[in-house]
Unconditional design. Sequence first.
Length: 255
Amino acid sequence: MTIASGPKTAFVLGGTGNMGQEIVGRLTQAGTTVVFSGRNRARGEALALRTGATFVPGDVTDRASADACFQQALGLLKRVDLFVSAIGLVFVSPIGQTSEAIIRDVVEVNLTSVFRCSRWMFDHFKRNGGGVMVHVVSDAALRSIHHIPMYTTAKAGLLVMSELMAAEGAPHSIRVNAICPGATVPGVQATVAGFEHHAEDASTWGAAPSGRHGSPSDIAKSVLWLASEDAAHVSGAVLRVDGAASAAMRGGTRA
């Protein structure tokens, strides 16, 4: 797939995750020059070798590391046309058993760090005449998923942030959209270090009305469309990529 008058350059936050890797690969195949970040150095280096994209290791929860990562990406690209946030950290736990430390970690990854990086990119876009921002959010932002309460809360905040940035950015030719994946395999599997038993188990997820789970390819192709001139008047949108699970109110399916 090529991007119709799409971005020449892109910075992908969370490019070493399952969805992020597919997004990086699809963008490079479409001819976009891509810089991507992530904490998993082995995955990042392998993806860079496979796609020709540039890997900048960084930890968004470490503010000094995040600052350095952002500055390095800008130094490499000079101008960024597309910013994609594809990071996520999930934690399975009832509300009453979600500790203060877990709350901080989950909110920091899923909301605070994305807000910080999006704010940087928003300012960059304003200085350079516009740009496109895509946040990979979750179906959990649209309806409460009770076994992952902090993830649900943080992703709901990210969805609102995306809409706020779209409204503020429109006069500056900045488009901001959110993608809400449903049950996606492989999807967000990262959890808090040392608590791997609190990750989600995709084998327990029910199928969407479409009869299947989503794939990272479904999400990446949606990013490419939102980044293209074909979506030039699309901003502030919430794109549900879930095989109609949300429309059918299938509480057992998720991303």
